[in-house]
Write a protein that binds this ligand. Structure first.
Ligand code: LLP
Length: 420
């Protein structure tokens, strides 16, 4: 459910007309709804309430805008971060360090130093050499690093190959068969305190079975680790629950169904559970608002050329992802066309031969479900400035990332002496 609805024939984000935002900020622009973010945060929390007092750490990579993070901080959410940049953003948004977990296969010594000095809740360590480096860095600082190993359970997540992470051929986590040895190593290293287990098998999961299988393996491992003398207080079950993108495809399991599965799968674990949802919290809370530049008849099909492009929303070209297309002022008429941006690549295509509302030049188009992995994956390809972002709350709205002047982009380059 989201808060993008027609009011008097014009698409609004909560109480604010998207025509108003387009007129004042220009297009393309991302628009987020506070009410949708908060509603999803609450629904997810309620679904997991029967598990006790879980730490819900929003996966910052899904939407790192500081205003979005601050909204989630207000909901008591922590943060799952994968870089120094994300850690600093989460802190700047008011997320307390003791609600931050640090994931990722390539943490550097500098990033470990920063996280140790901040005093984060947990490092999800993804390999034995990473444990050794973290031990050395913690000793150098005279600190103790609380750790979990991220286990690679070798399950098939059943999602797009580029966002599957829990198969044995993937770079993520410690191989399940080596887990006991990894924990033995960590327990012998100074500067580390082993406190938990972590798993995350992929994103946009539309079936609970792979998650259930992965959690079953984590449960068995917890028992084996305790039998081997390790004390475990936390189990981080990652993120990954999918959201509806294409109305023609069956909806993914609800947060309530996910919560019920978690309750069942974690019976008797006797740990504090942790979760790292990203997409589920913010995807439906955002749209990419764009203006039609012109409609062009190709040899084989009609093209609607919009002012957003693959650099603004990469998901269709990277994963063949579907984003629903809505008109800001629908006429009731329809058309079938291919929707493309101005970038000079055939991959700059949002939808191919899509049956959708009718569009003419200058009209406003919305790509739905763009609040997760949208603005955050934008680039400046074709020397297009990064997309601005707007946050709506009721009938208030604010620019939460300004449109970058193209001069700033150009000024970031410098000329070497021999060209100056
Ligand atoms: N935890 C870890 C360790 C992760 O790697 C991820 C996502 C999450 C949590 C959050 O997963 P979520 O709940 O959002 O599914 N750019 C891709 C998605 C990449 C996901 C990467 N990891 C896309 O646009 O579909």
């Amino acid at each position: 459910m989201d808060h993008f609805e027609l009011i008097d024939g014009v698409l609004h984000a909560e109480g604010v007309s998207l025509e108003t935002i387009a007129a004042q900020v220009g297009t393309p622009v991302y628009v987020y709804s506070t009410a949708t973010i908060e509603r999803h945060a609450q629904i997810f929390r309620e679904a997991l309430a029967p598990t006790g007092d879980p730490l819900i750490a929003f996966a910052v990579k899904a939407n790192p805008n500081r205003a979005v993070l601050a909204t989630l901080a207000g909901q008591g959410y922590g943060a799952d971060v994968v870089s120094a940049g994300e850690l600093l953003r989460a802190r700047a948004a008011g997320i307390p360090a003791d609600r931050i977990v640090f994931s990722g296969v390539g943490k550097t010594a500098d990033e470990m130093r920063l996280a140790l000095n901040e005093g984060i809740f947990q490092f999800n360590v993804e390999s034995e050499p990473e444990a050794e480096m973290l031990s050395a860095v913690a000793c150098e600082l005279g600190k103790i690093a609380p750790i979990a190993f991220r286990i690679n359970p070798d399950v098939i997540a059943g999602t797009h190959a580029k966002i599957s992470t829990g198969g044995k051929e993937n770079k993520f986590g410690v191989a399940y068969d080596r887990a006991l040895d990894a924990y033995r190593l960590a327990a012998s290293l100074p500067g580390l305190r082993v406190q938990g287990v972590a798993v995350h098998i992929g994103s946009q999961l539309t079936n609970l079975d792979p998650l259930r299988a992965a959690f079953g393996k984590v449960g068995a491992l917890i028992a084996d680790l305790r039998a081997a003398g390790h004390e475990l207080q936390t189990a981080d079950l990652g993120g990954g629950l999918g959201v509806p993108y294409d109305p023609a495809v069956p909806v993914p399991p609800s947060p309530a169904a996910y919560g019920a599965m978690v309750v069942e799968a974690t019976q008797g674990w006797n740990v504090r559970l942790m979760f790292e949802p990203g997409r589920l919290i913010v995807a439906n809370a955002g749209v990419l608002l764009s203006r039609v530049i012109r409609v062009k008849q190709g040899a084989a099909n009609a093209f609607v050329i919009v002012d957003a492009a693959m650099n603004d929303l990469l998901r269709p070209s990277l994963y063949d992802a579907w984003h629903d297309i809505r008109a800001v002022r629908p006429t009731g008429e329809g058309m079938t066309a291919t929707v493309v941006g101005p970038v000079c690549e055939t991959g700059d295509t949002f939808a191919t031969n899509r049956a959708m509302p009718e569009f003419a030049a200058d009209e406003l188009m919305v790509f739905a479900t763009a609040g997760a992995y949208g603005a955050t994956m934008a680039s400046t390809y074709n020397s297009r400035a990064l997309t601005p972002e707007v946050l709506v709350k009721g009938d208030q709205w604010a620019v939460v990332r300004a449109r970058q002047p193209i001069e700033t982009l150009i000024a970031a380059d410098s000329l070497p002496d021999w060209l100056d």
